[in-house]
Write a protein that binds this ligand. Structure first.
Ligand code: CP3
Length: 357
């Protein structure tokens, strides 16, 4: 079974020889090869030059031996076609100007945003084409985009936020303006992901990193309907969607309503309980704590074994972290986790293991 087949079968809840494994942020500053490239090129150059994005993507896969290649890009790239200025400031993270929170009239500022064409982000699809060709189809390429809430939170706050107060105020005080913003982002994100699928992405991941900042009621009203639109369009192409969020364990069952083939869960929920609550109709991805990659070897091994045991036998499981790799992570530890997952015994049907006793 090659990596592409193993990964796609897991997305579709079919039996596999062992769980597929890949990592969010598997290309990045923790890797010396990446840091060397970053001395010569900005993050935006790495994202926007398909030759460089392909090199970064491929290097991470080959160094780690993982089963999937997430295309090297960034969640905030759509800011530019929306007519906003995007820069990554050393030490303070991404900065988007002007931030919608600073607008005297947010509804007018949202109405004034151009309705952008996904072609402006065509460099991501080109990198997917090249990465797929490099691996001759044996390693699945995962495309991605930010989910509308998480992307919007950066546009509103102008960068990272701890409390998302400006975003919450916008959606509570100006619900029509929020709907308008979502109606601008959804077609762009859908077309962007569909282009990535046309370029050969085997699956796409929708990053809703900060959805867990919202109550379930707000999630249902202001987020879920828009996620459903995007997921339906991409799943309708026959391509699995992985829906990723963090801090949403309190309303995990609601995430099933996104319609995504795969739900990615973080480490704040026990994986066995998550699988139970999500039921058999959906595959699950996760959920090692990224900080476990900084733990002593014996503790890291225990943590990985705990995740694998909690994932259990039912088909439809992809090994990953609950969030991205941290910059201070030793590459050797990531490689060690890949080896542990790849040595994991094939998931046997329960009946067979019981009878064998
Ligand atoms: O996973 C991969 O290997 C693909 C690459 C990838 C990047 N960003 C490259 C990147 C992916 C999947 C992302 C997604 C992303 N970007 C998210 C969602 C995932 C998550 O972690 O929640 C978010 C919220 C962003 C926005 C973003 N980009 C932030 C907040 C930052 C600054 C914080 C940081 O980690 O530095 C970035 C910069 C960024 N995007 C880096 C990389 C490798 C590091 C910056 C650098 O090289 O200088």
């Amino acid at each position: 079974m090659d990596s592409r087949e193993r990964f796609l079968r897991a997305c579709r809840r079919q039996a596999v020889d062992r769980p597929p494994v890949w990592f969010m942020r598997q290309a990045g500053r923790y890797m010396a090869e990446y840091r060397r490239l970053r001395e010569r090129f900005s993050l935006l150059e790495l994202c926007q030059r398909p030759d460089l994005a392909t090199e970064v993507t491929v290097t991470a896969v080959e160094r780690l031996g993982v089963d999937a290649a997430i295309i090297f890009a960034d969640l905030l790239l759509p800011a530019e076609p929306l007519g906003l200025k995007l820069r990554y400031a050393a030490g303070e993270g991404p900065v988007i100007t002007p931030a919608l929170r600073d607008a005297a009239d947010p509804a007018a500022a949202i109405a004034d945003l151009p309705a952008p064409e996904a072609e402006a982000l065509g460099y991501v699809s080109e990198a997917i084409r090249r990465t797929r060709a490099h691996f001759a189809g044996r390693i699945p390429v995962i495309g991605f985009a930010g989910a509308p809430f998480t992307l919007a939170s950066y546009l509103v706050e102008g960068g990272a936020s701890r409390t998302f107060v400006a975003t919450k105020r916008l959606l509570w005080e100006h619900p029509a303006a929020w709907a308008h913003l979502m109606e601008k982002l959804c077609p762009l994100l859908t077309a962007f992901l569909a282009d990535q699928v046309a370029a050969g992405a085997a699956a796409v991941q929708l990053f809703d990193s900060w959805a867990g900042a919202l109550s379930e009621a707000d999630y249902r009203q202001f987020v879920l309907p828009y996620v459903r639109l995007i997921v339906a369009a991409i799943e309708g192409l026959g391509t699995p969607v992985i829906y990723f969020s963090t801090g949403t364990a309190g309303y995990l069952e609601t995430l099933r309503e996104t319609g995504a083939s795969v739900i990615s869960v973080d480490w704040r929920v026990d994986l066995a309980a998550a699988r139970e609550r999500l039921g058999e109709g959906v595959a699950v991805q996760g959920n090692l704590d990224p900080a476990a990659l900084l733990a002593p070897p014996a503790e890291l091994r225990r943590a990985v074994q705990r995740v694998l045991a909690a994932a259990g036998d039912p088909p439809g499981y992809i090994f990953n972290l609950g969030h991205g790799i941290l910059p201070e992570t030793p590459v050797e530890n990531v490689r060690a986790v890949v080896a542990m997952v790849q040595d994991a015994p094939a998931a046997r049907p329960r009946r067979e293991s019981a009878e064998g006793m």
